[in-house]
Design a protein around this ligand. Structure first.
Ligand code: SOE
Length: 380
């Protein structure tokens, strides 16, 4: 694993737990974690159960006893590491978004295609596809349970930047993160709505907004928070992305990705409106799925809350009896299960790097639209 921040913790937990709850055909070994700070990454290895730690990711690429590279670094290093790993014959799991630009994502997808010809697999880590409720939602749509999809409404609401004095971490620097809320959390709702509906966005129109243009530099700490210094720096990414989209199956979508939705902590909400029903999902209530069956008798209609904890629901048979909940972290075990099973079966895991490239193209289209496309009509 290359990196050891928040996703490093989540992925480590997935690698440790998945083999103990799913009967995997291959046994993942947590051999090596890599980070630039020798002491910090050694502590991470100790804490999360990696056999060794190192400060140079190339060491992992050169070792013959390592078969898979899990990339959990900020987006500016995804392309270099993933392409080197694939060319060295290593399978790759890469965090989202795939890259910081379409050009990088294109190069990664091409490297993955060349590697696949040799049985080397690559997957991008959109884990919200692997919440039982979202996979079940996809199954219901595919079974025609809500008819023809008309509207898709998706928001991803966070508020960790609503405090104007929150320090300038890597996610607010374009050269490291590629974009702000748009790529960090907007990528999730783009991938998830396409996954659930089975439709792809073909055009978008949107705006980006940066509410707080400069912030205190980070004195110490990493990732999502830390202690602020007296010096200040420029925020070079968006705080909010608002956009509409047209899907190839005829659906029309509205999307909001924000770090300024005061009071909302990790509220990824999707609502799909079809000709004979509707589905609604809220990550802050991830064991449930709202289902409205418009074919029921008028007197019996209403959104019903399906508890997605039956053994026959996706992934759930590996965990607990019905009504016992799972959490945010279980998606990372489901990700390991699906990746390991695909590698063993010699199949392409999803989402592929080609899927990751397509999401990158949507992100770029929103950025371009926000600069050129959307027109504002002033109201006198
Ligand atoms: C911060 O916005 C963040 O950690 C994202 O980077 C993750 O992808 C998302 O799952 C949770 O929020």
């Amino acid at each position: 694993m290359i990196g050891y921040g928040f996703m490093g913790a989540a992925h480590s937990q997935g690698w440790r737990v998945a083999p103990r709850f799913f009967d995997l055909p291959l046994a993942p070994e947590m051999s090596l974690v890599v980070g630039r700070n020798a002491d910090a990454v050694a502590q991470a290895a100790e804490k999360w159960g990696w056999a060794e730690s190192h400060t140079d990711w190339r060491a992992a690429i050169e070792r013959d006893d390592i078969d898979l590279i899990d990339i959990v670094t900020p987006g500016d290093t995804h392309a270099e590491i993933a392409i080197a790993a694939l060319e060295a014959g290593k399978h790759v799991l890469c965090e989202k978004p795939l890259a910081n630009t379409v050009e990088e994502a294109q190069a990664m997808a091409e490297a993955a295609e060349r590697a696949a010809a040799k049985g080397v697999r690559a997957m991008v880590g959109f884990t919200y596809r692997r919440v039982p409720a979202t996979t079940f939602a996809r199954d219901l749509v595919a079974a025609g349970k809500i008819g023809e999809i008309r509207q898709v409404r998706a928001v991803y609401l966070q508020d960790w930047l609503a405090d104007a004095e929150a320090p300038l971490t890597w996610r607010m620097k374009k050269e490291l993160a590629g974009s702000g809320a748009l790529g960090d959390i907007g990528a999730h709702i783009i991938d998830l709505t396409q996954y659930i509906t089975g439709q792809r966005l073909t055009s978008v129109s949107g705006i980006l907004e940066t509410f707080v243009k400069e912030r205190p530099l980070l004195e110490s700490g990493r990732g999502l928070s830390g202690t602020a210094s007296t010096e200040r720096g420029e925020v070079t990414v968006d705080d909010l992305a608002l956009f509409t989209g047209r899907f190839d199956g005829g659906a029309v979508g509205s999307f909001e990705a924000t770090r300024f939705s005061t009071g909302r902590k990790n509220a990824l909400r999707v609502e799909i409106a079809g000709s004979t029903g509707a589905l609604s999902f809220d990550l802050e209530d991830l064991n449930s799925l709202g289902y409205y069956d418009a074919t029921a008798p008028d007197t019996e209609q209403g959104f019903r809350k399906i508890l997605v904890t039956e053994p026959d629901h996706p992934y759930m048979s590996a965990w607990w009896p019905t009504g016992h909940m799972i959490g945010y972290e279980h998606g990372f075990s489901h990700q390991v299960k699906d990746l390991v099973e695909a590698i063993d079966a010699g199949e392409q895991p999803t989402p592929s790097f080609a899927d990751g490239l397509q999401v990158q193209q949507v992100l770029q289209a929103v950025e371009e639209s926000s600069v050129h496309g959307s027109t504002w009509t002033p109201i006198s």
